[in-house]
Ligand binder design. Sequence first.
Ligand code: C2O
Ligand code: CU
Length: 463
Amino acid sequence: TMGEMASPSPSPAPEAAAEPVQEKAAVLPQPKAGQPVKGFTLTAMESNLELSPGVTQAVWTYNGTVPGQEIRVTQGDFVRVTLKNELQVPVTIHWHGYSVPAGMDGVPGLTQDAVQPGETYTYGFSADVAGTYWYHSHQESSVQVDKGLYGALIVEPKQSEQPDKDYTLILDEWMKEGGDAHGAHGSGSMSEDEMMASMYNIYTVNGKSGSSITALETKLGDTVRLRLINAGYLAHGIHIPGEFRVVSTDGQEIAEPAVLKDQVVTIAPGERYDIELKINSLKDFTIDAHDDNKYNDQLVIPVKVSGSKGEALEVQHDSLTDFDLYHYGKPAESDLSKVQKFALEYTAVLNSRVDGNGQVYTINDKVFSELPALQVKTGDYVKLTFENKSTVDHPMHVHGHFFQVLEINGVKVESTIMKDTIRVKPGDKIVVAFKADNPGNWMIHCHELHHAAGGMAQQLTYT
Ligand code: C2O
Ligand code: CU
C-alpha cells in the first residue's frame, strides 16, 4: 500500500529470514565509470521550527530544518543519498517528479519497505534532467509531509548561463498548535474540505511566516531565478510584480517563454514554477499572494535591491491578470500531440463522497484498494483524461514520467507544456499524454495528500 491506505499490499510477500537492509529494495543503481558522485546524508529527526516570533511548532525534518537540506547537484552527477531514520515512525524519501529508476521511487509497499526507526537506507540515481524538483516522505505522506518531511532537489543545467541569484521558495501551510484555529469551527454549512482548508492558519515560505520570511537580496542588473515549490495542500496565487518570464514548470523548460508583466502565477500542491526576473530599478518590492486564501497577509516575500533608498516599486494591485500556462510558450520538438495511436486511453473521473468511513475521494467512484492497476508496456503512448466532478481542486501527480498537457476543457494546448503534477479544478476536463519509458510500478494520485490517503490514487504497472 502507500503506507496509508487500507488495501492489500501490492508488494511481494515478505521474506522470512533476517536480511541486510538494502535487500529490501530493488538493486541500488551505481554511477557510470567516471561519473561525478554527489553524496548526501538526510537524517529524519524531530525538531522545533519557529514559524514566526513566538510561534514554534514541533516538526519532523530531514537534517533538523524545514525545508530539509537542499539537494543541489549538476546535471550529469550521480546522486547518492543515505537516509537515516531517527524518528519513532517509519519513513522513506520520494523524489517528486524525478524519473528515477522505479526501485528508487520511495513508495513503501510498492518499491521498497518503509525505513524503520533506527534503520539506514541508500538511494542512488543519475541526475540526467536539469530543473526544480523536490523530495518528501511517502510513508503516511498526508501526515509526514504536513509535519515537515520535505526539501528541494535542484539539478543545475550543465551548460548554460547561471542566473546572478537563484532562490528556492517552498510554500507550505500549518495548523497552529493548541492555538485558536479561528474559522476551523466555522458555520455548519462548511464542507469537510472547506473546514480543512481553513484550519491551515499559518502560511510559510521556507518554513517562515509573515515578517519572519527571509528577504531576497538582489542588486541592480541582476537576473534572478525564483524556484517556487508548493509542498502544502492549498493552491497559492503568487503575484510577481514587474517584468518576468516563467521559464519552466515542474522542472521542464518552457519553449520561448514570453515576457510577462505584473501577473499572478498560481501554484498548486506538488507543482513547481521557475520564474526569471531582471532587477532594473533601484526599488525594493514584495512578492505576495493574491487569491481567495484566508491568511495571505502572512505570505509576503520582500525583495531588497542593494543601494535602494527603501523606496518601493509602484505595483498595480487592482488590475492583476492570472498567468495562463496553457497559452504560453511554443511547441517544442518532442510533441506528443502528433501521436497517432495510444496503447492506453484512460479517463479518471475525480469525485468524493461520504460513506461509513467518512469522506472518501474517488477515481471512477472507486478508492485505491478497489482500483485495478493501469497496465502499460515500455514504448506505449498513454493518454489520461482527468475529469473533476467534485467541488474542490485535485492536483493530480504521475510518478516517474513527464506528461504533456494536450487539452484543457476541449481547447487544444498549442505549446508543449510538460508536467508531472496538474491542477484539475472543479468542472475541469484535462487531457494529458506520456510515453511509457520508465518500467516499474508507479503511483498516480492527488497531491492534496489527504485526498490520496482518502482513496484518490491508482497504480501504474509495466507488464
Ligand atoms: Cu509528491 Cu506520490 O508524491
Ligand atoms: Cu484531490
